[in-house]
Write a protein that binds this ligand. Structure first.
Ligand code: ATP
Ligand code: MG
Length: 398
């Protein structure tokens, strides 16, 4: 008898010992959380594999599991006993379904690949592949054997827990399961970069909380809407996402008449960093994350990055996009699903009071001298006190 299942292959198998156990425990929890809303009650865990089944909608479940960090591939599969006749039946049923979805009479170059991990199964991999290939060609005249670049690659994995026959590998994001590396706080603007930075941190196993500095009333409500939509997309990759919104207008008002307007952006970033660090402390986040990329804009020179860091306390400030070209970031943003939202027109808090000539070689000492003219502590405290949490799950996509 054959039954529909989903095979989930975790990555980072080079992890050893305790690390590996932690990785798999965490991945199992995350898989369950993602699949529970789809009606999945049980995920089976075996050496280097997870299995979901029996299921009715294997493809949908395979697609959902392929969005979980730590997963490299998933496959909708037929599961059967480790017996030659059972493998033949599962292979024939798999090919029948594949051809049914592709009506026509043209030749289909195909290949069978068998991987026998269960050495108790008597037939060596090559013999089994050859036998199945012959049987399938006899049963389905459209199939023609082709070893390189086949259109249809039928794979059989014979393992101790059973045999799995499949024709599809959906690519997962790889990386480490969210939560296996602690928690960080990402400064999320409405731009292209910071959502990608957040996603990359999730990919390395961090749970990511988000903070946005909101310039209303100097901007309309549109930019906050946009940030909410971005948070919603990011939530699709980790679940349970928290988005904090901090009113930023008081900082903008307090700094707008200071001398050296070229320093405004640096000052904004320093205030954001200070408030974010305090919030991170409250939320037990272990690092701050931004979407800075070296040299991309005037505010992202090494000097200005250093001038912003001057305002930082003791938390690490991580910049996963530091060395990315814009095209690389855009390509990732498309994959993440945030690009379409990020390119909607909006005003961000820093374009509004943008000086004509922003400094490109800012100095922390100069920024500190300017800050001495305002009450930094009071502004930071007020920002922190006004921070409120948005309900990401309630936000409609669109
Ligand atoms: P992005 O596309 O993420 O906006 P960017 O290349 O436009 O990045 P900047 O606008 O200079 O660069 O911002 C640099 C980083 O500072 C952003 O990636 C983000 O992490 C943070 N940042 C900027 N503005 C805000 C904001 N209003 N709220 C929260 N974080 C912000
Ligand atoms: Mg920006």
């Amino acid at each position: 008898m054959t039954v529909d299942h989903v095979v989930v292959r975790p990555g980072e198998l080079a992890l050893k010992g305790r690390n590996r156990k932690g990785f798999e425990d965490c991945l199992l929890r995350n898989l369950r959380a993602v699949l529970r809303p789809l009606g999945v009650e049980r995920v089976e865990r075996r050496w280097g594999r997870f299995y979901v089944g029996p299921v009715n909608d294997a493809r949908r479940i395979a697609a959902a599991a392929a969005r979980v960090f730590g997963v490299v591939h998933t496959s909708p599969a037929l599961r059967c006993a480790n017996e030659p006749a059972a493998l033949s039946a599962a292979a024939a049923e798999t090919v029948r379904r594949w051809l049914a979805a592709r009506p026509g009479t043209g030749d289909v170059p195909f290949k069978v690949r068998v991987k026998r991990a269960d050495k108790a199964y008597p037939e060596p991999s090559m013999d089994c592949a050859r036998r199945l290939g012959g049987e399938l060609q006899a049963a389905f005249p459209r199939l023609v054997a082709r070893l390189d670049a086949p259109e249809l690659l039928l794979e059989c994995e014979v393992r101790e827990e059973g045999s799995f026959v499949f024709v599809e590998r959906l690519e997962g994001p790889g990386g480490l399961p969210v939560g296996s590396e602690g928690k960080v706080l990402c400064l999320l603007s409405g731009g292209i970069d910071s959502p990608v930075a957040a996603w990359l941190m999730m990919k390395r196993g961090c749970r990511v909380e988000l903070v946005h500095f909101d310039a209303q009333p100097f901007t309309g409500p549109g930019s906050l809407e946009k940030v909410r939509a971005l948070a919603r997309v990011l939530d699709g990759w980790q679940g349970d996402t928290r988005l904090w919104v901090v009113p930023f207008a008081p900082v903008q008002v307090a700094t707008k008449d200071l001398p050296q307007p070229g320093y405004r952006t640096v000052l904004y970033r320093r205030f954001m960093t200070r408030i974010a660090e305090r919030l991170a402390g409250r939320r037990r986040c272990q690092a701050l994350v931004t979407g800075d990329s070296l040299g991309q804009v005037a505010s992202q020179t090494l000097e200005n990055l250093a001038a912003v860091e001057g305002a930082r306390g003791r938390l690490p400030l991580l910049r996963p996009l530091l060395t990315f070209d814009k095209v690389e970031t855009i390509r990732l943003a498309e994959r993440v699903g945030t690009y379409e939202v990020s390119i909607r027109p909006f005003e961000d808090c820093c374009t509004l009071f943008q000086p004509d000539h922003p400094v490109t070689r800012g100095k922390a000492e100069v920024a500190a001298r300017l800050e001495a003219m305002v009450d930094v502590d009071a502004l930071v405290e007020a920002g922190l006190a006004a921070a409120r949490e948005e309900d990401v799950a309630r936000v409609a996509l669109g």
